[in-house]
Design a protein around this ligand. Structure first.
Ligand code: FES
Ligand SMILES: [Fe+2]
Length: 352
């Protein structure tokens, strides 16, 4: 089940060209391409005649021609040509979805097109600003429900066990995590005092020695996360402390797009205020992040299977507060969009 009235990432900008690009978003098969002018187009990937994927056809200018019997559709999904017939049959239409290129990604709105407002696309702070650089990032398909990934991104404690060689170690534990529930999402955060600089950051940030470190894990509806890491010299961090100008900050943006109930395409990139104009550092971070996310992938795909085949009840712990709050509010949003879901919904007290 998904929130439909929201922007999701459908592809990287460079994947959407004048060639037809088929993909799946929220269980719906869609085809992407770009108009001659460069605007992204997203259409239902099924000809209304015999349901051949339109992605098996070809572009004719900005229109798309079915590869079976040649029906032609414009970028609004309207049939504009039927070979051998002057008449366009009723129902000769495919669905078209609002789409926008932003932050190197193509975003698509899968719900009510009237409600699609590009101003509501997740805001990436400092994008393109001087004093900030971007790790290019990447994507991977994880064979699990997207909610296991949002769980993971609201769970700072897992880094000690899943990413000991990059983002954390067990000495991180013991600091309580603060959960904040807001209208647009949930945050789990904590300052770790007098900590080691995590191995991932140690060679890259100017700070040496002991530090105070912020772990800010925030997931906004429907499934987009900002993971903020801040490092300041030990003794200078903490809630309410003004951020020093020499603070090393890395904002990691994570956009999860459910392909269907059991597969999620996970897109990410980071903004950083250190190691500027340093391609070697960018490449190193890209490699390390992909390595860490591959560690998550192994765990989350196994968790998906674990829940799918469970033969006994699971338990929840105090660390699950933020993920459970997120799931609960998301469920309300889904139910508000779809009365059928609302009437069938069973109160979700536990993670599946
Ligand atoms: S299946 Fe598309 S025109 Fe026949
Ligand atoms: Fe992780």
């Amino acid at each position: 089940m998904f929130v439909k009235n929201a922007w999701y990432v459908a592809a990287h900008d460079e994947e959407v060209t004048r060639a037809l690009y088929p993909t799946t978003v929220l269980g719906e098969r869609v085809v992407l391409y770009r108009t001659d002018k460069g605007d992204p187009v997203v259409l239902e990937d099924a000809c209304p005649h015999r349901k051949l994927p339109l992605s098996m056809g070809r572009l004719k200018g900005d229109d798309i021609e079915c590869g079976y019997h040649g029906l032609v559709f414009d970028c609004a999904g309207k049939c504009v040509h039927v070979p051998g017939s002057a008449k366009i049959p009723t129902g000769a239409q495919v669905r078209s979805y609002p789409a926008v290129s932003r932050y190197g990604l193509v975003w698509v709105w899968m719900g009510d097109a009237q409600r699609a407002d590009p101003a509501t696309i997740f805001k990436v702070e400092h994008y393109g600003e001087p004093g900030w650089d971007r790790n290019q990032g990447g994507d991977m398909t994880v064979t699990c429900n997207y909610l296991y990934i949002t769980d993971n991104l609201l769970d700072p404690s897992h880094v000690a066990w899943v990413h000991p060689s990059s983002f954390g170690d067990a000495s991180c534990e013991g600091e309580p995590v603060k959960t904040t529930v807001a209208a647009d999402g949930v945050t789990a955060s904590r300052w770790m005092r007098d900590a080691d600089i995590a191995p991932f950051y140690a060679p890259l940030i100017p700070l040496k020695g002991r530090c105070d470190r912020l772990q800010h894990y925030e997931v906004r509806f429907p499934s987009h996360a900002l993971i903020k890491a801040v490092f300041v010299p030990a003794g200078h961090g903490g809630d309410g402390a003004e951020l020093r100008p020499d603070a090393a900050v890395m904002d990691s943006y994570n956009f999860m797009t459910p392909l269907d109930d059991e597969r999620t395409r996970y897109y990410w990139f980071q903004m950083r205020n250190f190691a500027l104009n340093n391609d070697k550092a960018s490449a190193l971070m890209d490699q390390s992040v992909r390595g860490a996310f591959s560690e998550d992938k192994v765990i989350l795909e196994a968790v998906q299977q674990g829940f799918k085949h469970k033969t006994s009840a699971n338990i929840d712990l105090a660390i699950d507060r933020a993920p459970l709050s997120f799931r609960q509010k998301l469920q309300q949003l889904i139910a508000a969009e779809d009365p059928a879901v609302a009437s069938n919904a069973v109160a979700q007290k536990s993670i599946r």
